[in-house]
Write a protein that binds this ligand. Structure first.
Ligand code: NAD
Length: 339
């Protein structure tokens, strides 16, 4: 059993999910070390200690895991479809180094538990060719055929985690996220994902009086989206559980990208035309089968898409308004967004 003094490492603590996870763990009373190439972009970290490290390097991983009992491994070179579909070699190279060295350092440092953040991108492309796709069960990952190098690397690291448990007794846990979104995540610059990108496009249109937003492809590709508060709670529940196989963590309500854009426009209170332009779209359809999640954790995500989008949109519109010179302070907006 963990105690309030359990020493936890969160890698990728300067990123979107890692930053929220550090906050959550601190509220639970853990001692937390964050590690990342950079500090969080939008708010100060609540970590007891924050180390700026390059986790592709063995020595840096050993420094990060020193004295640590539990590791949440979130560091990754990643982004939305635009980034993932254009940087295969970089993603496979960097993430393989990060994951191999972090896992080995955790073992060498005597950590007891290790949670690896995998992705729905591990699922085979041939099961995701239509918009009305059957929800993906954990066992669907094999025979393997992920669409991108990003998915292959996640799948290999899942195997590595399983072997570290079997060969070395390190208690590994593996989660497969399905599109996590929320405030304090990247919303511009090329690494942003669909919900943040669409919130930004709608907010830009609203603030500048434009009547059109661009959507990549025909917008009929489908996905499910999970709010960040549910994500971090699910992560901690999985770490505490005795379940040792990969587990989906996401919502199982599927919407098209067009529907997602319409929901955001409705939240913003604007009517916008959607212009469909060429762009990377990923698989045609994807949804999470949450049967095992419910069985294993006795729990599933509960924040509705509408509620999550409202909080996310409010934060992103505030950020853009501030950039344009007329908005509330970022601090005020963060408080509203995380309530
Ligand atoms: P993010 O990009 O916001 O955070 C990742 C962090 O890793 C960044 O802060 C980055 O600086 C850091 N990092 C990258 N290279 C590093 C290095 N060499 N050394 C140290 N730190 C490094 O991404 P996120 O959305 O918070 O995702 C967290 C984890 O969850 C990742 O492993 C990601 O693959 C996985 N995941 C996320 C989603 C999602 O929808 N957000 C979906 C599936 C899987």
């Amino acid at each position: 059993m963990p105690t309030r003094k359990t020493r936890v490492l969160v890698t990728g603590a300067g990123g979107f999910i890692g930053h929220h996870l550090v906050n959550y763990l601190k509220h639970q009373g853990y001692w937390v070390r964050g590690a990342d190439l950079k500090r969080p972009e939008f708010a100060a970290s609540a970590a007891d200690e924050f180390r700026l490290l390059d986790l592709r390097l063995r020595e840096d991983c050993l420094g990060a895991t020193q004295g640590i009992e539990e590791v949440y491994a979130l560091a990754a070179d990643m982004g939305g479809m635009g980034f993932i579909s254009a940087h295969h070699a970089q993603i496979l190279h960097n993430n393989a180094l990060i994951n191999i060295h972090t896992l080995e350092a955790a073992r060498a440092s005597g950590a007891r538990r290790y949670l690896f953040t995998s992705s729905a991108c591990v699922y085979p492309e041939f099961l995701q060719t239509t918009a009305e796709v059957r929800p993906l069960r954990e066992e669907d990952a094999y025979p393997a055929d992920p669409q991108d190098a990003y998915g292959w690397e996640k799948l290999i690291t899942e195997r590595l985690c399983a072997h570290y448990r079997m060969d070395y007794g390190l208690e590994t846990r593996m989660v497969r996220f399905h599109n996590i979104f929320g405030p304090l995540g990247t919303y511009q610059g090329g690494r942003e994902k669909a919900p943040a990108a669409l919130c930004r496009k709608v907010a830009e249109a609203k603030l500048t009086g434009k009547a059109v937003i661009e959507i990549w492809g025909d917008g009929e590709q489908t996905r499910s989206f999970c709010y960040i508060d549910d994500c971090v709670e699910g992560l901690c529940r999985l770490m505490r559980s005795e379940y040792r196989e990969p587990l989906n963590l996401g919502q199982d309500r599927m919407v098209t990208i067009n529907q997602l854009a319409d929901l955001i426009a409705e939240i913003a209170g604007v009517r916008l035309e959607k212009r469909h332009v060429p762009g990377p779209q990923g698989v045609r359809g994807r949804n999470s089968d949450n049967t095992r999640l419910r069985q294993v954790l006795g729990w599933e995500p509960r924040v509705s898409l509408e509620e999550g989008l409202a909080r996310t949109y409010a934060w992103i519109e505030g950020e853009l308004a501030r950039q344009l010179g007329g908005g509330e302070s970022q601090e005020e907006l963060c408080l509203t967004a995380t309530r």
